[in-house]
Ligand binder design. Sequence first.
Ligand SMILES: NC(=O)C1=CN([C@@H]2O[C@H](COP(=O)(O)OP(=O)(O)OC[C@H]3O[C@@H](n4cnc5c(N)ncnc54)[C@H](OP(=O)(O)O)[C@@H]3O)[C@@H](O)[C@H]2O)C=CC1
Ligand SMILES: Nc1c(N[C@@H]2O[C@H](COP(=O)(O)O)[C@@H](O)[C@H]2O)[nH]c(=O)[nH]c1=O
Length: 352
Amino acid sequence: MSTTTPAVTTAESEAMGRALDLAAQGVRGANPLVGAVVLSGDGALLGEGHHRGAGTPHAEPAALADVRRRGGDPRGATVVVTLEPCNHTGRTGPCSEALIDAGVARVVYAAADVNGPAAGGAQRLRGAGVDCVGGLDADRSRRLNARWAAALAGARPFVTLKSAQSLDGRVAAVDGTSQWITGPQARADGHRIRSLADAVLVGTGTLLADDPRLTPRGAPAATPTPGKGLRVVMGRTAVPEDAAIRGPGFLHLPTRDVREVLDELFGRGVRHLLVEGGPRVASAFLREGVVDELFSYVAPLILGDGAPAFPDLGVGTLEAAARWALDDAGGPGIQQLGPDVRMHLRPPSTGP
Ligand SMILES: NC(=O)C1=CN([C@@H]2O[C@H](COP(=O)(O)OP(=O)(O)OC[C@H]3O[C@@H](n4cnc5c(N)ncnc54)[C@H](OP(=O)(O)O)[C@@H]3O)[C@@H](O)[C@H]2O)C=CC1
Ligand SMILES: Nc1c(N[C@@H]2O[C@H](COP(=O)(O)O)[C@@H](O)[C@H]2O)[nH]c(=O)[nH]c1=O
């Protein structure tokens, strides 16, 4: 935790506030939320940018590109960024090098990078003669990425849970039919979320009931490469030979053990897992306390009896119920999609 306030100008301090707001416009998942603002030597805004999710440019190159788009020149500029610039080649190149190549004079960052392989950017910058200070608003940056950091520290993927339910919290009718509870706009949004994840998972119950494909349709599909584009079924029941889910990227994990699944997927390079249910598997992830964000789509229909979204959580009294909070990262916490409503939620007792 930072206890000292680094020596920064008022313009840099204000720019960090803006960079943190920009960071929160990114999407949660395999990467942290990061924003960046570029200032001229006299503190004027030259450009800004934020990271829009794994595989897209990091905040610093996005902000440098914005400077050039506006006809500016980043040479001699100050870059104010919410996370220590990365120092490794992941899905994109090292930001430390991009900043050095752009000729910036100074970098002010908030939190240090806790991702081992990516860390060391500040040292690299200083080594190249760039004035580099860290710790400004570090706590706010850390809060923004607390769940991402916790997943990383636990060596498990960041877990997004999605469910589409009726007004009375049912995800299927009594006979098991569930297609479709939500309308096309909500489902398109679900496909977009699939396209952001490295792997999409359901249980064998859903597999047998729905025969899903779990591909992101209407959104760019990830090429199945190590850790990307996986479509996963967990549970002991055999997957039928003619199941629609079979094909490139299909993986059956014949277990009910959530930790085993997370270990296996992490080992295969998965950093962002989307759990689509069904209800018993969703509850297993909730009971294990590993759900980092929840997208709950609510459709205006009442199903009465039928499968509850999250059975067997062992909540015996109101006091024991987990109260989730709306999460505004990547868009409004609550959003209307056609006739349906989408809630984007974060677990209880975690930061913004
Ligand atoms: N509206 C929506 O958003 C969705 C609705 N659905 C609907 O849900 C219904 C299916 O529900 P359900 O059968 O609960 O679906 P699940 O996908 O949760 O499958 C449950 C099965 O998964 C296996 N399993 C694996 N891990 C666990 C675990 N930790 N705990 C318990 N079971 C585990 C078990 O089978 P095994 O013996 O093989 O181990 C279990 O019977 C269908 O009607 C489907 O249409 C499904 C997904 C989303
Ligand atoms: N019923 C239901 C959903 N169900 C989810 O979609 C899966 C089918 O996906 P596909 O691969 O496209 O065939 C299904 O198994 C379940 O995970 N999703 C929603 O957005 N709204 C809905 O009403």
